[in-house]
Structure formats: C-alpha cells, structure tokens
Design a protein around this ligand. Structure first.
Ligand SMILES: [Zn+2]
Ligand SMILES: [Zn+2]
Length: 392
C-alpha cells in the first residue's frame, strides 16, 4: 500500500458518509441542485473558487498553488437515473423512482475527497480545475458545459475522469488505449404512406410493408457496408405501426440506436441509414423522414494521458492491480470533453464481484463500492501531484 493511501485513510469515514448522503438524495440530469449546492459549499469552505451554472447545474472549482502555469482538469458527474432501487441498504434512495444506479455518487465523492486532501496539503505547483458535470446519463451535460465556454474560460493542459465497473476486481484500475467507449446516436425514422381499407390495399400506400422491409434492409449496413475489422451496432429498438387487422395505417415509426468505435464508421452508418430509409420507403410508394435526435462521439483516450494515468496508478496500488481493459460498446458523455480536448483520458475502477457491488450498472440492485473511495481519490491526487510537481 502506498503512502498516499495511508495519507488519505483518515478521510475514509467522512467520505463514506458523504457518499451515502448523495445516494439517499439522488437527482436526475439537469436537476442536480442539492448535489451541486453541497459540493460547492464544501469546496468553498476549503478555499476553492467555485463557478456555478455551467451547463445548467454544473460547476467548476479552481485552486491555484505556487507559480507554475500548468493546469490539470479532473471531472466527475453528478446525476442519477430513473430507476427504482432494490438494494434494501440502509442508505437506499429516498426517492421512489430515482437512484444512483451508475455510481455517480461514488465518482463525485472520490473527486470531492481528493479535493479536500489537495486543498489541505497543497502538494502541487499550478492550477487545478475540478469539473462537476450534470446529466451524463442524458449524454448532453458535458456538451452543454463546453457550449457554455468550459474550456475557453478554464483551459486545461490535461484532463482525467474515471468510472466504476462492476464485475471487475475492487480497487483495481483498468485502462484502454485509443477508442475505449462507443459513439451513440438515436435516430427516428417516420414512414408516411396513405391509409386505407385492409381489404383494398391497391388504394393505399402501405407503410407496414415499407417498415417491415426497412427493418431487414437496415441490417445490411453492418454486414455489407462497414469494414469487417471495424465495430458497429445498428439496433432497431422500436417499430410502431398499425393498430387494427383491417386498417392500413397512414404512418409508421422506427427508433434506432447506433454505436460505433470510430468517427468515420459513425458517419458512414448515419449516411447509409438515410439512403436506405428514403429509397426503401420510396420503393413502396411511401416517404421516409430521418430525424437524428441526439448523438455523442467515440471516447478516445489520449496516448500520453492514458500511459501517464496507468503509471501513476501503478505507483499507488501496484502494477499488479493495473490491467488492460477491453473497449465497451456503451457510451459516455466525457467523450465530448475528450473530443474538444484530446489530451486526456478515462479509465475504469473495478467495483467488485460480490453482492450489490457486482450487480450491473443501471440495475436496481447495484451499489457503488465504498472501498473504492480512497483508491479512486488517491489516483486523482497522484495525478495532480505528479503532473503539477509539488511546490513544497
Ligand atoms: Zn450510466
Ligand atoms: Zn455512469
């Protein structure tokens, strides 16, 4: 165990209680009022300058020490999910259908714990920006902060964030070079025909047949257009068309989620969805409109940043507790920040395999592992100490 973990040990009980308090009071994306109030009051008490209202409920806290011009940015997310918690734990959510089932209560706690240590000991020379973003689960809180001028007002030389991962060993760190998390796009396709009597199809333009054909035609994008060595998912999660056996409806609708691991593949898939939707609908005498509802880019880890993070983690928890991670087809809002600011990275901290800690993210029985608060905070502190070399 490194001396940094020993140094942080006295903070453990305080920050387990802090995490449980956040867990009992979860808030959905863009409504993190209590959470951001609590973070801001603590950080101001410890000497940080806090700016509120970035991306709605987001905040940035800044601490200068010494004379160096170097700047590091550390980010955590604050929002919860619309999920009914079933853990039965003493700190179970106090909201009936909102809960921290992705562990953002834990991520915020790790960063606030690191913030207290850094403010007390000041083992760095330079500037520290702590970024607490709203609405990660909506995949737009990060981009809202950027749109509000996050990196114009608070430019960073390097940027770091972390996420827990159930099923992986607690207190261990997992790193993936290059593209680590997929892009995400939601697309709605509306197919408009002409309704009529089910017994007289020749007088109608049937969107049911067009939609059915479209479901199959869209499968060809991954199998026929995407390079077999690239990764892409096109899932049609909803097909809504028609209500009665003897009625040809006017309109049908498909809802798609698209995941890719490279921006050029993402562009290709979106272009092909447009082409296939319009041409297939047209072949059946119907019209398709394609509505791209939201998207986030591929999360690409900077090569130098990920090596630096892994090396720092190895010094804190030992190289045998640092591992290669596979990429994931899930998506992460921090991708927007790394897209805008490529010198940075994101890694996973294993949440454990037992009980609530081992249950999947977004499952009502999940809970962030309190034993991770110190290792996660220690890595944030270690990165600050190493990157902004100690002034003392
Ligand atoms: Zn999540
Ligand atoms: Zn999450």
């Amino acid at each position: 165990m490194s001396s940094l973990l020993d140094d942080l040990a006295p903070l453990k009980d305080e920050f387990i209680a802090f995490r449980h308090d956040l867990h009992i009071h979860p808030e959905l994306g863009f409504t993190e009022k209590r959470t951001s109030d609590l973070i801001a009051s603590k950080l101001e008490e410890w000497g940080y300058t806090v700016e509120r209202g970035f991306g709605g409920t987001g905040l940035v806290a800044t601490l200068h020490n010494g004379t160096s011009q170097k700047v590091i940015g550390l980010r955590a997310e604050m929002d919860a999910l619309p999920i009914v918690e079933t853990t039965g734990l003493p700190w179970q959510s106090g909201q009936e259908s909102i809960s921290h089932m992705c562990g953002h209560d834990g991520h915020t706690t790790m960063l606030v714990c690191a913030a207290k240590y850094l403010a007390t000991k000041r083992p760095f020379d330079g500037t520290l920006h702590l970024i607490f973003q709203p609405a990660e689960e909506l995949l737009c809180g990060g981009s809202r902060m950027i749109d509000d001028g996050l990196f114009d007002k608070y430019p960073c030389d390097i940027l770091f964030a972390q996420h827990n991962m159930p099923g992986l060993a607690a207190g261990n760190f997992y790193f993936h070079k290059d593209a680590a998390m997929a892009s995400s796009d939601t697309v709605k396709i509306t197919v408009t025909g002409k309704g009529g009597h089910g017994a007289m199809p020749q007088k109608a333009k049937d969107p049911v047949v067009a939609c059915a054909q479209l479901v199959m035609a869209l499968q060809s994008i991954v199998s026929r257009n995407v390079d077999p060595f690239a990764q892409a998912v096109v899932t049609i999660g909803a097909l809504n068309v028609g209500r009665a056996a003897n009625v040809i409806p006017d309109q049908g609708e498909l809802l798609l989620t698209i995941r890719t691991m490279a921006d050029d593949v993402r562009k290709l898939v979106l272009v092909r969805i447009n082409e296939i939707a319009t041409s297939t609908a047209s072949a059946f005498g119907c019209q398709a409109t394609v509505d791209h509802q939201n998207g986030s880019p591929v999360l690409v880890n900077g090569a130098q940043a990920i090596d630096f993070a892994r090396q720092t983690a190895a010094e804190i928890v030992g190289a045998d507790h640092c591992h290669d991670s596979p990429p994931f087809m899930a998506s992460e809002d921090f991708a927007f920040m790394l897209h805008a600011h490529p010198n940075g990275c994101y890694w996973f901290i294993g949440n454990g395999t037992e009980g609530c800690n081992g249950n999947p993210l977004h499952n009502g029985g999940f809970d962030f592992n309190d034993e991770n608060i110190l290792p996660g905070a220690a890595l944030f502190v270690g990165l600050v100490e190493k990157y902004l070399k100690s002034a003392s």
